[in-house]
Ligand binder design. Structure first.
Ligand SMILES: [Zn+2]
Length: 421
């Protein structure tokens, strides 16, 4: 095999001299790490931060799962890779299009580039919705692996490059709404690292726990202690471990504990008439029990003749709970987003507010009286950037100037550790 450096989206990646494992702790707000350190429950992460590298980086806005996972594996913003939300509106058909299709991804991935150069590559995700994009162009006939813990019982050599995953991992198929869905991803990574010693692994968890449990609560403490133990085992097996997140998480409830929601479609319908505008909540996916499809960033398309972007800005910009109302050009410029998948207006909430479509479209009964925690806004775009090993001089310098971006995590984990490139 070739074993040469690869280049993608302006970055050259050296051949990794030992296994590199990048973990996306879904919903892994920096506050969980901070709390875990002060409670003394995450000794491995604490050691990485002390002996390796620790920073907080800027993730992709909107701070949702799909755009950020894709930014991590392409090393680029959505203007390059095209995935700017979990949903967008196809203005030709009028349909809301889910953005998990690999055909919507406009960039090659670091994983596929390395696999084509002869590296052994593993991608494991909690929810199956991400699997096809993460595994795009990955040749699964040559020992590379791509599967989800959600469908770990259905893996085939043809589709996933692996079979009998439950036996390998030694865990039953996890429930969709459980911490095991994430722990399964890590345990599978550990078993594959032991068995195959892949060059590159991307392990992407799910944020079910962070949506329900604040830092310092018994369940999130238990979860982080278990994550920490698994990160320690990956390093013991000889890997460089890099930890980041797709987005953070904040409490979005009123002081009384009710979801703090602005139902934007209802406001716009009242002002401009029903059907004149369409609000799309790009957080939506098929499994919304834990957030009721409510996030801190929505897009508005002007479809009739009444509402204009300027009229919407004037209507909303001084409204309590709204952090920003941005026209298409401005939101694309500010957050590096692809214009053809952007609405006419983006509306971003304050730290403790979520923005919905019409009240009738959101089923909040499933929140079971638990305080709503969610993400999507700028206030959830700051994420951990932690490496198990110290940076070389070049990358230590680089980290001190300018802003650290979470999509640089593969660059830092591969080129920033050990000998200078
Ligand atoms: Zn997420």
């Amino acid at each position: 095999m070739n074993r040469h450096n690869i280049s993608l989206n302006g970055v050259t990646y050296q051949w990794p001299s030992r296994p590199v494992v990048v973990v996306c702790i879904d919903g892994g707000d920096p506050s969980y790490i901070k709390q875990g350190i002060s409670d003394g429950i995450i000794p491995n992460i604490e050691r990485f931060m002390r002996e390796g590298f620790s920073g907080v980086s800027d993730g992709t806005v909107p701070s949702f799962t799909c755009p950020n996972n894709i930014s991590l594996i392409t090393g680029a913003p959505p203007s390059v890779h095209g995935i700017s939300g979990n949903y967008y509106l196809d203005v030709v058909t009028g349909d809301a299009v889910v953005m998990t299709g690999p055909e919507l991804l406009r960039s090659r991935t670091i994983l596929a580039e390395f696999a084509d150069a002869g590296a052994k590559v593993v991608s494991i995700t909690a929810k199956d919705k991400l699997r096809k994009q993460l595994g795009k162009d990955l040749d699964l006939t040559r020992g590379n692996v791509s599967f989800s813990s959600e469908k770990a019982d259905q893996c085939t050599l043809q589709e996933n490059g692996i079979e009998n995953v439950l036996e390998l991992v030694g865990m039953p198929l996890p429930d969709m709404y459980s911490m095991d869905l994430s722990l399964f991803v890590l345990e599978a990574g550990i078993k594959l690292l032991e068995r195959d010693r892949p060059d590159l692994m991307f392990l992407s968890l799910t944020d079910y726990i962070q949506h329900k449990h604040a830092p310092g609560s018994p369940v999130s403490d238990e979860f982080y202690a278990l994550l920490d133990e698994k990160f320690g085992r990956l390093v013991e097996l000889g890997a460089v471990v890099a930890l980041t997140a797709d987005h953070g998480m904040n409490d979005k409830s009123t002081p009384e504990g009710k979801p703090n929601v602005i139902f934007l479609q209802d406001i716009l319908d009242q002002e401009f008439g029903s059907g004149d505008t369409r609000v799309i909540c790009p957080i939506t996916d098929a499994f919304v029990k834990h957030h009721g499809a409510l996030g801190g960033f929505v897009r508005v398309w002007c479809l009739g003749g009444n509402a204009t972007p300027q009229a919407i800005i004037e209507l909303l910009e001084d409204r309590p709970g709204i952090a920003a109302v941005l026209a298409k050009d401005e939101v694309c410029r500010r957050f590096d987003l692809p214009p053809d998948r952007e609405g006419d207006i983006a509306v971003i909430g304050d730290v403790n507010v979520v923005i919905g479509a019409a009240a009738a479209e959101h089923d909040l009964s499933s929140l079971d009286g638990i305080r709503l925690r969610s993400h999507g806004a700028v206030t959830e775009a700051r994420v951990p950037f932690i490496l198990s090993h110290p940076l070389n001089e070049t990358y230590r310098q680089r980290a001190t100037v300018g802003t650290l971006k979470s999509h640089q995590i593969f660059d830092y984990a591969i080129n920033g550790i050990g000998a200078e490139g």
